[in-house]
Design a protein around this ligand. Structure first.
Ligand code: COA
Length: 396
């Protein structure tokens, strides 16, 4: 006691400043981990992507979208029996309630299919007004329903906005083949269905990107999984994220032929415009998904004679000359649009197809978020004023 008194009398008279240092602001949360996750892994320097530890290139060669979704959701590859059961559940839940089809009919045909998809998913949630998703079986069923119904919503809105009838899904086709059937009324050949299947595998997850983070934030409030997916869809629709695939094909169309590519891209470089489909927050080398899609783009355009691929190669070359030292390379959206266009898919459906794949990743992150959930509540650096006077309207 006497020691404390002595110390107090000998210390300088000023009080320590206990005001916490203002938090460091990290724009775009670049490099800030927001969760521990075992869903997927990216090595941006080596250009490597893994789902649950399995290289995405192996999955693109050997797996199906359905099996990859099971892997993402559960953490394990299914046995034959488990996969058959999962496939059966997915095909059982493909149909839309007639009131959802009616809702889609009421949406403006000028609206973007991503907005229709977001609306449709939020509306589907109203048919399952369960507030709490505690039981694993409830969570699993919601995941199955959401994955199963996304292609039906996309195909239905695309047909209805053109004045065609909505085609009821078939349960004897794969996820990818059934999408083509619902979009066109025709069963696709095996190659076409397989390419779309691979595209959905490649889009199924990609660590903590903007839409996945948006979904996790909403999931952390214990909102239902339909809200989780609809908010992730909103984030994906932006041109800096999923919307880039549509912008990329528009750029190729504007360029028109390979000989014009250099002039157009160099003008964009001079104007400091971003080249859609290039650059990535994580990859500082070629995106491994772009490598796979490039092969399909070449195969498909060689068969059709379309010049999109030649244009893309020229754009890639000019981007490389100007931006390789900044680590700007083609990303997944650079070649995916060419592939989709060759499959006969209209550009407005490119981002919805990305979403049809990514929904499995969003839901896997939702399940993971719920395990040790804590609501997201970051902070801010306040830069506004204080104690301002309220001036009555007549005095302003
Ligand atoms: N074309 C030209 N320059 C680009 C570019 C592109 N596609 N992407 C990034 N850059 C440049 C920026 O202008 C910036 O240059 P500066 O440092 O001289 O100002 C630098 O590279 C860093 O870009 P920034 O936007 O800050 O990087 P980011 O990590 O925040 O952004 C993307 C990543 C994906 C948003 C960005 O690369 C982009 O907008 N790409 C085009 C859209 C796209 O394809 N999105 C799909 C992603 S899968």
């Amino acid at each position: 006691m006497s020691n404390q008194t002595t110390a107090a009398t000998t210390l300088p008279a000023c009080k320590p400043d206990l005001t916490p240092a203002p938090p460091q602001l990290i724009p775009g949360l670049e490099g800030v981990p927001i969760a521990e996750s075992s869903v997927s892994f990216v090595d941006g320097q080596a250009g490597k992507l893994e789902y649950r530890g399995i290289n995405v290139e192996r999955l693109a060669e050997q797996s199906t979208f359905e099996e990859t979704s099971y892997l993402l959701l559960t953490g394990k590859l299914p046995t034959k029996m488990q996969l058959d059961e999962f496939n059966g559940q997915l095909s059982t839940h493909r149909r839309l309630k007639y009131r959802i089809a009616d809702l889609l009919k009421c949406l403006p045909e000028t609206g973007h299919p991503m907005d229709a998809l977001q609306t449709g998913i939020a509306a589907i949630g109203m048919f399952y007004p369960q507030r709490q998703y505690v039981a694993p079986e409830d969570r699993r069923l919601a995941c199955v329903r959401l994955i199963a119904k996304m292609p039906t919503l996309v195909a239905a809105f695309e047909r209805l906005r053109k004045g065609d009838e909505h085609i009821v899904p078939r349960d004897d086709l794969s996820h990818a083949a059934n999408f083509f059937y619902m979009l066109t009324g025709e069963e696709p050949d095996r190659q076409k269905a397989r390419i779309l299947d691979v595209c959905m595998i490649l889009h199924a997850d990609h660590t903590m990107n903007a839409s996945t983070f948006a979904g996790r934030v909403v999931g952390s409030t214990l909102a239902d999984p339909y809200c989780v997916v609809s908010s992730a869809l909103g984030a994906l629709s932006g041109p800096l994220h999923g919307g880039a695939n549509e912008d990329t094909i528009q750029l190729f169309n504007r360029i028109g032929s390979a000989k014009n590519a250099r002039a157009v891209v160099e003008e964009m470089v001079t104007r400091k415009e971003k080249i859609p489909g290039c650059g990535h927050r994580i990859y500082k080398t070629v995106d491994p998904r772009a490598k796979i899609l490039k092969v399909y783009a070449e195969q498909l355009t060689r068969a059709s004679g379309n010049c999109h691929y030649e244009i893309a190669l020229e754009v890639e070359k000019v981007v490389h000359e100007h931006y390789a030292d900044k680590g700007i390379w083609p990303n997944v959206d650079f070649f995916s649009g060419i592939v989709y266009a060759e499959l006969g898919i209209p550009p407005v459906c490119f981002t919805p197809i990305f979403a049809m794949g990514r929904v499995s990743g969003w839901l896997s992150h939702w399940l993971e978020q719920l395990v040790n959930n804590r609501i997201f509540r970051p902070t801010q650096r306040y830069v506004g004023g204080h104690d301002q006077p309220y001036i009555p309207i007549t005095g302003r």
